[in-house]
Write a protein that binds this ligand. Structure first.
Ligand code: SFD
Ligand code: AMP
Length: 679
């Protein structure tokens, strides 16, 4: 089919807003807010301009939009080196220990700030029972920042697990965003710029510099509310648009489509935009398959760890303790089975289901009964039951704070979690670098961790292999288990390093190599295609068959079908093979070609077109990385059915992927893994 170009012959040319800044933050989530807060502190005295651009409204954007009920990374009285070991175990032995240690030593400061900014954090009462954040405040419990030692803090917080603490987190994101916005406002006043926070502007591509090789110098995007294109010029960029959802067909189809665990608006922009300018990716074969309450996607962590609920197969057996499954798994995956990390737990859950022992039940009712018994024993009937009622409310709030849909599902299905168990299941795969996954970019480490190879540090912490392009949160690879607090802390680390980079390159004049007008025309191509061909169908306003274009919804379904069936989605119990991936890649190539015929009838669809374009690149990076790595490193997340084993001898290494956009070619290399902290 002939290639389409946009000459604005059919659609209207948008006015172009040019923004000159120094440090551009792409995204408005946890990492972005951390970066804005930290960068402005260093930038303001030097009159360095900081700008944040978010596709949504920052108060409720990103993964924390609905809120959360736990902060999953808080060191407190724990040792940072133990945190590194925990992350290494959970991520099947391959992590950048320098990055993880660096994050661990900084994360608590972000948590202390959250509390100062107004986030209610649960505390232990004088009777040893937990107080929620408001009760703790009313009881005069001190702020964590005001405690004298980590030991004192450790005694105060309510741990759900070793690393997690409980919060009243409905307004978590609003609180974190407020601090970021305030910081940006101080920067606006210090530098005198008219505007430095742009909401509802979707970034589509990064710009590379004409004069300095391999150096980023800006980004382009469009407003999702008005007919306006944006060109940002910047000396350094932090690329933090989160992870990627909806590459794989979700379990929720039909009327449930759109319901997922990770947020649908994290659409792979980071992975794609970084890849397109040649930044090296790492561990893109990794995906996260979270075990979740079925259909509502409610997270299970608080139920497992805090309420101490047990999960079993339908015979009431603990599938993680099944000796037959363990023996079989050990033959293939060796010592990694003993760690019983998140992926391996999934593996055993599926072993049970495949043998006809599904559904898998989480015994929420028994957990609540146990808690009631304990409370009544300790406090007597009246006081005990009062505490139980409060905890029951927390159990509901766990989801009202975080995954409202789950509370809706329970209500709609007549499920009272204190009376009946609920079904859990491994959901569809997601790409992320901040939760129990480690997809992302290969970045420079902090440079001061003894034992880290010297070539893992190239001057600026969290800078990718493209000069001036920094990563954090979901986009910083090989270093998961950051969660919300760690993503914020990592944004701060990267933000500070980016300001140092700007100061060191003070004379740098960002000059885009590309013809920006052409890029804007390309950005609006889906409008041009739509306007040009809309009369070729009798129902142009419907998602209908048109011989000349493909609507984003249809495109997304095709992508999901390819990913699900060929790259190991729920359809095949996450199993794929070299030959399946090769066929999937052939189909993906055709889809990439058809991306030239994506059509948008309004701004919302234009957003959908670009999200899907970003998803396709992310999907390709993923599939090719699985193909390159000739083993099954993450059983429970994915299996190479033709190489269903872990092969430490050949594959205890990082997988580094690089894309050459001009040639449309991917290259791969191995980078040796280095253990820095002892077992
Ligand atoms: O229960 C563009 N997470 C949890 N973390 C915890 O600490 N505790 C929990 O309890 C957690 N759980 C949980 C979590 C997430 C979700 C969705 C649920 C439950 C239901 C994980 C954290 O939330 C996550 O690790 C961090 O938020 C990651 O931070 P970051 O900054 O990497 O991503 P983001 O916050 O999603 O922000 C992305 C931003 O980018 C914007 N954006 N902007 C411009 N142009 C584009 N092209 C863009 N594309 C995206 C977004 O709008 C957003 O602002 S539990 O499961 O364990
Ligand atoms: P989740 O709610 O499943 O996202 O998990 C939140 C946190 O609890 C993460 O740090 C998980 O690694 C941890 N977690 C969840 N389930 C378990 C479990 N069964 N055993 C140990 N840790 C868990």
């Amino acid at each position: 089919m002939e290639k389409e170009t946009c000459t604005f012959s059919y659609c209207q040319k948008p006015p172009v807003v040019e923004v000159e800044t120094d440090f551009l933050i792409i995204g408005g989530g946890m990492a972005a807010c951390g970066a804005a807060f930290e960068a402005c502190r260093w930038a303001n005295p030097k009159k360095i301009r900081v700008t944040m651009v978010d596709k949504a409204a920052t108060d409720r954007s990103g993964a924390v939009a609905m809120g959360l009920s736990a902060i999953n990374t808080y060191m407190g009285g724990n040792k940072v080196a133990d945190y590194v070991k925990y992350v290494r175990n959970d991520l099947m032995g391959i992590i950048r220990e320098d990055l993880v240690y660096d994050l661990g030593r900084h994360v608590d400061d972000s948590v202390h700030l959250f509390e100062k900014w107004g986030l209610p954090i649960w505390k232990k009462g004088d009777d040893g029972f937990s107080l929620d954040g408001f009760q703790a405040r009313d009881a005069g419990k001190p702020l964590l920042a005001d405690c004298k030692s980590d030991e004192e803090r450790e005694k105060l917080v309510v741990r759900s697990g070793k690393w997690q603490i409980m919060i009243n987190g409905e307004s978590y994101k609003v609180i974190v965003a407020e601090a970021a916005k305030k910081a940006l406002e101080t920067n606006r006043q210090a530098t005198g710029v008219a505007q430095n926070h742009f909401e509802r502007v979707f970034i589509t591509k990064l710009l590379m510099d004409k004069n300095k090789p391999n150096t980023v110098c800006g980004a382009i995007g469009f407003s999702t509310r008005e007919n306006k294109a944006y060109v940002f010029k910047a000396k350094a960029i932090l690329l933090v648009p989160g992870g990627c959802v909806n590459v794989f067909r979700p379990r929720s189809v039909g009327e449930g489509m759109g319901r997922t665990w990770f947020p649908v608006w994290n659409s792979g922009s980071g992975y794609a935009m970084g890849a397109l300018v040649g930044a090296e990716l790492v561990q893109m074969e990794n995906r996260f398959v979270p075990a979740r309450f079925k259909d509502g996607y409610g997270p299970v962590g608080a139920w497992f760890l805090f309420f101490k609920a047990k999960a079993t197969d339908s015979n009431r057996d603990d599938y993680c303790a099944n000796q037959e499954y363990i023996a079989e798994a050990k033959k293939k995956y060796g010592k990694y089975v003993d760690a019983m990390g998140t992926a391996i737990r999934n593996h055993f859950m599926m072993e049970a289901m495949i043998r006809g022992k599904g559904p898998i039940w989480m015994w929420t009712n028994e957990a609540m009964a146990n808690i009631s018994k304990l409370m009544v024993e300790k406090l007597g009937e009246k006081e005990g039951m009062k505490k139980v009622k409060h905890l029951e409310a927390e159990a509901w709030e766990d989801f009202l704070d975080m995954t409202i849909g789950q509370a809706g599902m329970w209500a709609a299905n007549n499920i009272e979690p204190d009376k009946v168990p609920s079904e859990i299941i491994p959901s569809e795969p997601y790409f992320l670098g901040s939760h129990a996954g480690c997809a992302g970019f290969w970045v420079s480490g902090p440079g001061d961790i003894q034992g880290a190879p010297s070539h893992w540090f190239w001057g600026y912490n969290r800078m990718s292999t493209v000069n001036g392009l920094f990563m954090a949160g979901d986009t910083c690879g090989a270093s998961g288990h950051k969660f919300s607090s760690g993503s914020h802390a990592e944004g701060r680390i990267a933000g500070k390093a980016a300001i140092a980079y700007i100061l060191d390159n003070a004379g740098f004049q960002p000059t885009p190599r590309e013809n920006v007008d052409e890029l804007i025309a390309e950005m609006y191509l889906p409008f041009e295609v739509y306007e040009k061909y809309k009369t070729y169908t009798t129902s142009p306003h419907h998602i209908s068959v048109n011989p000349y274009f493909i609507k984003p919804d249809q495109f997304q379904k095709r992508l999901m079908k390819i990913a699900d069936e060929y790259f190991g989605g729920v359809n095949t119990w996450f199993k794929t093979s070299a030959t399946m991936i090769e066929e999937g890649l052939r189909r993906l190539q055709l889809l990439k070609e058809d991306a030239n015929r994506l059509a948008a009838s309004n701004l919302h669809e234009l957003l959908r077109c670009w999200e899907n374009y970003h998803r396709v690149i992310t999907a390709e990076a993923h599939a090719r990385s699985i193909l390159f790595r000739e083993e099954s490193r993450y059983p429970g997340y994915y299996y190479r059915a033709d190489k269903d084993f872990i092969d430490d001898e050949n594959w205890k290494c990082f997988t580094i992927a690089k894309y050459d956009a001009e040639k449309d070619q991917w290259t791969f290399r191995k980078e040796p893994y280095v253990q820095i902290f002892p077992d």
